[in-house]
Design a binder for this molecule. Structure first.
Ligand code: SF4
Length: 410
């Protein structure tokens, strides 16, 4: 049985080199990783090999982390990208009742809120003036929303700030919009796109397994619905992120199933911009308080999911993001050494993780992002939402250039 790594061994893994780590690994797992390092393609692995990596412990886990970092260097270089953006959660009123959510409120609770279109436009305008290129808009699902409400949010923002990229509406919100309007899914998504929707957050995925979903939230969209919304959005030219929430009731087998599914969708559509592992923030959630989940991820799990996703998604989804609002900043830095290459958004306000008990704060300025990235020994670079424009930021004199990446979208 593999030894259990201490936190200090895990925290110090970035100092390890591949040859010395590989020498201490199980030879089969080492060979598995070497195949991906050589081909730079996670598709060379069988499902069994993926599972063996997902359950790696001890020296095998250290080998996974070091190999993921080496692969990141090959596939994404030493840049760490980020997007200057603002999160706008337009309401916290929601009828869905996810047990992992501490953000939603009933309509009559004293701290429930609903922003007006004018307030949304004002927030987007402020963000634009402060240099944001993206607004990320998601909210609760209130009963009785006017049928074209999501379209009208887009119109209000585009009227105020035509150049702003709108990254908005989870697949759950899309399913609700379809229900409210009675429109076919593809027509509904096309209508949103024509009114300014740029990209879709691939949230509401949590774990794409209906048994697990039933524990997390009985009213949430099914795995089949999530896949249908994402595939249809990609087919309509709306790209999306992809996510996975870890550290609650799921097992590493669920991680593997989900990563393989995301890879399959990416092979069909090319529509994913990045993969974002989202650590479960347990403190203020019913899921944890009712004893249904473990108390969030361990350090080993945080590092392992970032490394595993780098290895399994190599050649398919090459941007792996750390969600710094759910991790602390030290942990985010460590994950950047375990396969991640993107720091996500600067987020001028972020309510969802904070309500659940996350303490990383609501906003990190672009200057702070740059300092954190430089402190991790990497090169900071501001990107747009789809990674098609990247501007390197070097201190003290920023040297800038624009790099056009090969479009991945099919
Ligand atoms: S996660 Fe979203 S859908 Fe679920 S309860 Fe919270 S706000 Fe509502």
């Amino acid at each position: 049985m593999a030894r259990v790594l201490s936190n200090s061994e895990l925290e110090n893994f970035p100092a390890l080199e591949w040859p010395e780590t590989a020498a201490r690994m199980d030879p089969l797992l080492r060979r598995t990783l070497e195949q991906v390092l050589e081909s730079q393609d996670g598709a060379v692995l069988s499902r069994d090999e993926c599972l063996q990596l997902a359950y790696a412990e001890g020296d095998d886990l250290l080998g996974l982390l070091v190999a993921a970092d080496a692969l990141r260097r090959e596939l994404s270089g030493n840049l760490v990208t980020y997007v200057v953006n603002r999160n706008i959660n337009f309401t916290n009123v929601c009828f869905v009742g996810c047990k992992f959510c501490a953000f939603s409120r009933g309509p009559r609770e004293s701290d429930s809120y609903f922003l007006t279109f004018e307030q949304l436009a004002q927030k987007a305008t402020e963000a634009w003036q402060l240099g944001a290129t993206e607004v990320c808009i998601q909210g609760g699902l209130p009963h009785g929303l006017p049928p074209f409400y999501y379209r009208d949010i887009l119109r209000a923002i585009k009227r105020a700030v035509p150049g702003m990229h709108i990254h908005a509406f989870s697949p759950m919100e899309i399913v609700y919009g379809v229900e409210l309007t009675g429109m076919p899914l593809a027509d509904y998504l096309s209508m949103l796109r024509d009114n300014g929707l740029g990209t879709l957050p691939g949230t509401a995925a949590e774990i794409l397994d209906d048994e697990v979903r039933h524990i997390l939230s009985r009213n949430k969209l099914s795995t089949g619905q999530w896949k249908q919304v994402i595939r249809t959005a990609h087919g309509c030219g709306i790209r999306s992120t992809s996510t996975l929430m870890y550290g609650h009731v799921e097992t590493p087998t669920h991680w593997v199933n989900q990563l393989l599914l995301l890879r399959e969708i990416q092979q069909e559509t090319g529509g994913f911009t990045e993969f974002v592992p989202l650590g479960f923030v347990h403190q203020n959630t019913l899921l944890f308080q009712q004893g249904l989940s473990r108390p969030g991820p361990t350090l080993a799990e945080h590092l392992k999911i970032h490394a595993l996703s780098r290895i399994l998604l190599a050649g398919s989804i090459n941007n792996i993001q750390v969600s710094w609002v759910k991790l602390n900043r030290r942990l985010s830095q460590l994950c950047l050494h375990a396969g991640a290459n993107d720091y996500g958004g600067t987020l001028m306000e972020e309510n969802i993780s904070r309500e659940a008990g996350a303490t990383a704060g609501q906003y990190t300025s672009p200057d702070q992002f740059q300092s954190l990235i430089l402190a991790a020994g990497r090169i900071p670079a501001e990107r747009n939402t789809t990674y098609s424009r990247i501007q390197i930021k070097l201190q003290p004199e920023p040297a800038t250039f624009e790099q056009s990446l090969t479009p991945e979208f099919a």
